[in-house]
Design a protein around this ligand. Structure first.
Ligand SMILES: [Zn+2]
Ligand SMILES: [Zn+2]
Length: 865
């Protein structure tokens, strides 16, 4: 351990952070399954292993680490697990790119192996960033969803929900991305605005408007409003579809808007959600015109094999040729797109697997959870209210959890594995027993795989120890931290699955973080070039500065705009704190520090009161995850109260070694110790560095949260007064061009109460300070006169000098209240308005003084000659 006076002049974050990283042990952050302490289990989001831990992740994880560290200090048995949500399309696409293959070029198993390999590499990269950021991750509770350990649980949860009737298989229209070649859930549909064309064409004498003429082959009905008299003649009739010739019924439906276009619309399977609704309502037939690759099917006749765009062009051309295309209009449209690749989605009817959505059940559980911030519950409410379709969980991909189901080749019976045999890939192995229905031994394994949200929505069950038997031992978790962009997916699905599998809410609290926007205020994106990567900030300013930025950027839940200035400010705070630390450490190492010294001086008692206030404020903010409030209070205390006020006030006492030096030393130690503890969750490296110097190598991260309280109402009042007076007089010195340590003369402070400052004010101001409680007696005297030559010159010309002499000769009471005229060279002349103004000064006990007022306190300063 270096001696304090050998402490480096500047705080070198790079050296300090690397050194502590090498010292800290993972075991210190492990959750203890046998602990008697109250548990605090965090359902950490498992990020997608892209290889880059992005700034949004960083924000989210900073919040988690702030409260994980805080809770540990508060005596909780904390689990801060780290998961990796591996499955999914982006990795498949990356593997195809990197290996110059498509998924169909290699065997399924080989493709999966390549995905696993890439994912493992990416996870190791991201782990490094997590460590640099000083997150107190519980690495003994790491989980990787692509590993058999984990996806075995996903399969178990699937089977449980299949048995309890939550999961079913059915042919039903689903959102489908033809580029990703897979079904997707409603939650994965984003909406983009685009311009399209509305085409009016003649449908056997009735005008129909459509934005999707390529769906004409899939037309199954024409719908009109029942009250629309224009179409009463069509009741119970059939109509022939132009170009294709098949007949469709005319249906009446209240939902048709008679004012839109001609008031007649065609129903296709499927143009949009409304089509699906009508299709069910009127029990219409199904015509599949588009296949899974987005190509036109055989029912499209001569358009078969075309993609939808080419088909649209061809059909419009044919309509023109037959003169049935009447006109075209531009139309602004919101179109549903795949959230991953932005391709407009198709609604295709497919045999898929679904999870039943029971809105009331989910709503009830959502209301049993405490939401931070509270208004985020509304987003969940709104989403639950929009639920129309069940959750489609099957995907037609490869790198995902296999659906553990076989079908008998002979009788079609559905066969599932024993739970003990999980995990299984039904495309690689067959059931252990022949078909229970027909005895056949040939089976088709389900080739569809599960939506990745099926993996991640049991993260909480996994970390709380779910093995399929009863309620998991550590369930429910205490908190779920996550972004507001995945409320309708991850939060929603987790609640659904927890209720379905355990009958209970998944967590006690949910903490929502905002998104990080670029410096330009826009969402970060490659195309805008406004992406900031955590590694860049770490390199320039270190982890502690980045962590401070996360805390201070915005209130929890709000979006936060990235700003380098905030990072620089954070780094400056560390510099300031380091200077305070050096000062404190040097003083504390000198003789005289006594842990049991009585705290006597007013400034000392005052600082303890302010420290106590700060601790209450910070603790209260930490309890409800208001990190910006907490860190702001810490910074204000450290910077203003401690450094600018207190240390300036007691420096003299510390240097001159008077009796009350011990009191100041103890207070300095108490404040600095508390600051290190309060900073520990926010700036773990910095706090550790300072604390280890202060307490000879002990770790701040093993200390309990600071619980110091101190009450002294007199000290609060008088100390505030003291601090304000000192600050005002120092400002006065600065404003009048005096050095802060220059001798000032006599300072008299007229306050309502006697204040015993132990000489601190005098030493700080380098003045002869007197505190008095009697009323100040000041004489206001005229000490000079300002003449206005612009008025006097033109008015008196050659007599100007004589005028000024005459004015100067007036007695003081006349100067203060000037007469209208004055005698000049024997004649009476008028004193022009604004020709002069007297200058007043204050005189106290015969000496000229400057006067300052601080609230109801008056300070007089008689400068030394
Ligand atoms: Zn897609
Ligand atoms: Zn069978």
């Amino acid at each position: 351990m270096v001696s304090s006076d050998q402490l480096p002049k500047n705080y070198d974050f790079a050296e300090v952070e690397e050194r502590w990283r090498g010292t800290w042990r993972d075991e210190d952050h492990f959750f203890d399954k046998n602990s008697k302490k109250p548990q605090f289990v965090i359902d950490t989001p498992p990020p997608y292993p892209t290889g880059n831990f992005h700034i949004g992740n960083a924000l989210n994880w900073c919040y988690i680490d702030f409260f994980a560290r805080y809770k540990r200090m508060k005596g909780f048995n904390v689990m801060f697990p780290q998961g990796w949500d591996c499955h999914g399309l982006p990795t498949e696409v990356k593997v195809e790119e990197l290996n110059h293959i498509t998924k169909n070029d290699v065997p399924r198993e080989e493709f999966r192996r390549l995905c696993v390999e890439l994912t493992e590499k990416n996870i190791s990269l991201m782990r490094l960033t997590l460590r640099k950021m000083a997150f107190s991750t519980d690495w003994s509770n790491e989980y990787i969803t692509m590993m058999p350990d984990y996806y075995g649980k996903t399969q178990l949860s699937f089977l449980r929900m299949l048995k309890s009737g939550y999961i079913y298989q059915s042919e039903h229209p689903v959102n489908y991305c033809i580029r990703c070649e897979t079904a997707i859930a409603f939650a994965e549909v984003s909406y983009d605005d685009r311009e399209t064309q509305l085409n009016y064409f003649d449908f056997q004498g009735v005008e129909i408007a459509t934005t999707r003429p390529e769906l004409l082959a899939a037309c199954v009905a024409v719908a009109v409003h029942p009250a629309d008299e224009r179409y009463h003649f069509l009741k119970d009739k059939k109509m022939e579809v132009p170009l294709f010739g098949h007949e469709v019924p005319v249906v009446q439906d209240e939902a048709v808007d008679p004012a839109f276009g001609s008031g007649a619309v065609m129903i296709c399977t499927f143009g949009d959600k409304q089509d699906v609704h009508w299709w069910k309502q009127h029990n219409l037939s199904l015509r599949k015109a588009i296949d899974r690759q987005g190509k036109m099917t055989a029912i499209a006749g001569r358009y078969e094999g075309m993609n939808t765009a080419d088909c649209r062009t061809a059909i419009l051309a044919d309509m023109k040729a037959r003169k049935i295309l009447k006109r075209q209009e531009n139309l602004a449209q919101r179109v549903g797109t795949c959230w991953r690749c932005k391709t407009p989605i198709e609604i295709l009817s497919e045999r898929q697997w679904f999870v039943k959505i029971k809105p009331d059940e989910i709503r009830k559980a959502a209301h049993q959870i405490t939401w931070y911030p509270e208004h985020m519950l509304l987003r969940m409410e709104n989403w639950i209210g929009q639920m129309e379709w069940d959750w489609c969980i099957s995907r037609q991909r490869i790198f995902a959890t296999p659906i553990p189901v076989w079908f008998c080749k002979k009788c079609g019976e559905r066969v599932i594995p024993e739970e003990l045999d999980l995990p299984v890939d039904p495309t690689l192995v067959t059931p252990k027993h022949p078909c229970p229905k027909c005895g056949n031994t040939g089976f088709d394994g389900e080739a569809d795989v599960l939506d990745t949200w099926m993996d991640s929505s049991i993260s909480v069950l996994n970390v709380t120890g779910w093995d399929g038997t009863g309620t998991p031992p550590f369930f429910p978790a205490q908190i779920r931290p996550q972004g507001h962009d995945i409320i309708r997916t991850w939060a929603f699905y987790t609640i659904l699955r927890s209720v379905a599998l355990t009958g209970s809410k998944p967590w006690e609290e949910i903490l929502i973080n905002g998104m990080v926007l670029g410096e330009d205020g826009f969402k970060m994106s490659k195309s805008r070039g406004n992406i900031i990567v955590p590694e860049e900030i770490l390199g320039k300013y270190g982890a502690d500065a980045l962590r401070q930025w996360s805390a201070m950027g915005a209130a929890t839940g709000s979006d936060i705009m990235f700003n380098w200035n905030d990072v620089v400010a954070a780094s400056r705070f560390q510099t300031k704190m380091w200077n305070i630390a050096k000062f404190a450490l040097i003083q504390l190492e000198k003789e005289g520090f006594d842990q049991n010294a009585p705290v006597t001086a007013l400034a000392d008692r005052w600082l303890l009161v302010r420290l106590s206030d700060t601790i209450q404020q910070v603790s209260a903010a930490m309890e409800c995850y208001q990190f910006d409030t907490a860190l702001k209070a810490i910074r204000e205390f450290a910077w203003e109260t401690l450094a600018d006020n207190y240390i300036e006030m007691v420096k003299g006492r510390l240097y001159t070694g008077e009796a009350s030096r011990k009191s100041a030393l103890l207070v300095l130690h108490t404040a600095f110790d508390a600051l290190c503890k309060m900073l520990a969750p926010f700036t773990p490296y910095f706090a550790e560095e300072c604390y280890s110097h202060l307490n000879k190598g002990t770790s701040v991260h093993k200390q309990p949260w600071v619980s110091f309280t101190y009450e002294d109402e007199a000290a609060r009042y008088e100390g505030n007064l003291l601090a304000q007076v000192v600050a005002e007089v120092r400002k006065y010195k600065h404003d009048t061009g005096l050095a802060l340590n220059a001798p000032l003369g006599k300072v008299t402070i007229y306050a309502p109460h006697t204040v015993n400052d132990e000489g601190d004010t005098g030493r700080t101001l380098n003045a002869d300070v007197h505190w008095r409680t009697d009323a100040v007696k000041l004489d206001r005297v005229i000490t000079d006169i300002d003449f206005n030559r612009a008025v006097i010159g033109p008015a008196f010309r050659k007599q100007a000098q004589a005028f000024m002499t005459a004015i100067k000769a007036l007695p003081p009471h006349q100067l203060a209240n000037p007469p209208k005229t004055i005698i000049l060279d024997g004649s009476e002349v008028v004193i022009p308005e604004n020709s002069f103004s007297p200058k007043f000064s204050y005189v106290e006990e015969g000496a000229k003084v400057d006067v300052l007022t601080v609230g109801d306190v008056i300070v007089t300063i008689a400068k030394s000659a």
